[in-house]
Design a protein around this ligand. Sequence first.
Ligand SMILES: Nc1ncnc2c1ncn2[C@@H]1O[C@H](COP(=O)(O)OP(=O)(O)OP(=O)(O)O)[C@@H](O)[C@H]1O
Length: 600
Amino acid sequence: MPELKKTASYAWWGIKLMYRANPRRAIFVLSVRLMESTLGPLLVWLSAMVIDGLIRDYSAFSERGLFFWMVVLFVILTILVEVLEPIVEMNKKLLTVQIQKHIDELLMEKANEFEDIAPFDDQNFYNKIKVIRHNDYVTELWLDMTSNTFGGLVQIIGGTILIWTVFPLAPVLFVIMALPRVFAEAKLNNVTFEGRAEVQELRRRSEYYMSIPLSHELANEVKMYGLTSFFKKKYKDASHELIKMLSGDQRKWTLHNMGWGIAEAAVSGMVLLLIVSQASSGGIAVGALLLFIGALYQLREGINELFAVFAIGAREMVNLRNMAEFLSFQSPKTSGSLPVPARIHQGFVLEQVKFSYKGQREILNIDHLMLPHGKVTVLVGDNGAGKSTLVKLLLRMLHADSGSIYYNGMPLEAYDMDAFRSNATAVFQDFVRYEATMNTNIAVGDMEHYKDMDAVMRSAVLGGADGIAAKLPQGYETELGRFFGGTPLSGGQWQRVAMARAYMRDQSAQVLVFDEPTSALDPYMEHEVMRRLKQLGQNKTVVIISHRLSTARLADHIVLLQEGNVLETGDHLTLMKRGGVYAELYDMQASKYQEAGHNQ
Ligand SMILES: Nc1ncnc2c1ncn2[C@@H]1O[C@H](COP(=O)(O)OP(=O)(O)OP(=O)(O)O)[C@@H](O)[C@H]1O
């Protein structure tokens, strides 16, 4: 029962969504559909009245009496609905697009509401949204389902009232028949089709395997290692499993529906027999018999319509549920109200900070760490040591499970989040390659100066991207990336563009975070980046992640992370003198460079 209540609330939520997408259009479509449904019972009633009237008094009809006008009314109504039908169809199509647009906007707004990136890390949660987004047909189906629900209800009510006038017991019989079916159906809905997590999981898997051989980004590897048949096999296995599951469900459904269909038909047949036998003994008028047969048809059609909605609804309700859950999800609000001071005296201080990704092992466990202001700090350490996770905590993309992070002596949560983020700039390891012009790719780094071409060009110089722009066919106005047929860039060139983007805020931001900014750059450029950051770092908190210790040695402060713990801190000379892990790693890298130098 609570499940039924939940489903009803999701359905209601869906109706409200349609209304909000375009109130006038939604009301128009639903009202015409209602009118169409009323026409069925009305037709039955009118026909019965006309026939009874004709039998009783033919002259009243031929003299254009009440019955004549009833026929005229019926013809007018039929024409009206016929004329309205294509208009409704058109409005339904447009409403579908508007609902989809409305949903897209809601999804974007919701994603923006999340203060941190944790919800995006939840595979199930986010993937579900992606699936909904790709199921455009669902919106149209919803619309049909909603209008059919109303239509079905009207037919049932109309049919019931009509039957009542002839055989009062019949509707009670049908209601008694329908009740167990409703419960059985609701129960079945929860255990079949898309309502099951396994079905959703298999769907996502098969979609993922299918996308690999078709993806542009993956084409190199797929061709290189000849992976198409490998992933095709995985796709086939997942799809096979999915089809097996769905056909089992389908069989259950068919048997279930057949059983109820036979029972209902038997009851209808018996009631009909009863009525016909009464009619043949003169107990019921011909018009009333016609009314009964027509009403019975209406009632059954209404019930079937409603159950069809129920059946499809159960399968598609999962989309509605996913969306409703996503949109009603409240991510924790941690933003404070403190503005970021114009002058910073102390950088980041971490005390007893522990962090693990949702339900997984501990990634960071830091007792005490200082990342000073006015200095360049480089984080070094093995792959998976937790460096990127640490900078995401500093930028409030993630929240520590316990412990505190202070900036300028105040806990991060005390600051107004937007103000704090505006006070920072970053190049992430997985920086974005926007399919847009070079200008846009850089300008989005500071939306306040989005149109400031001088700022864009100055940032391009700082990021080492000015040379790239100079060689592009339309300079800064050249579209980058392949998606819309623009100019593709190399990995290192994209990295320079991403750095230029970060430099858009170099004057306003006091926190600069660069996660492996030089991984795809040549050594000259790498040295240049470090030199610039050192210049900038004099009145900022600069944190860089790097695997190249030749870069790290230029920093004011080095932090070596190992398995989420701070192992060593200090400047290059201090750490070398100490002769610990950093010194060992540095010597190892240096000897490799020397070897390479000798071999050349
Ligand atoms: N979104 C995530 N969900 C769950 N685990 C994650 C997530 N991101 C990273 N991890 C795990 O956290 C650990 C630390 O990852 P992180 O990216 O912080 O390491 P890193 O030191 O930056 O590594 P690298 O030098 O390879 O970039 C890894 O073991 C990784 O598997």
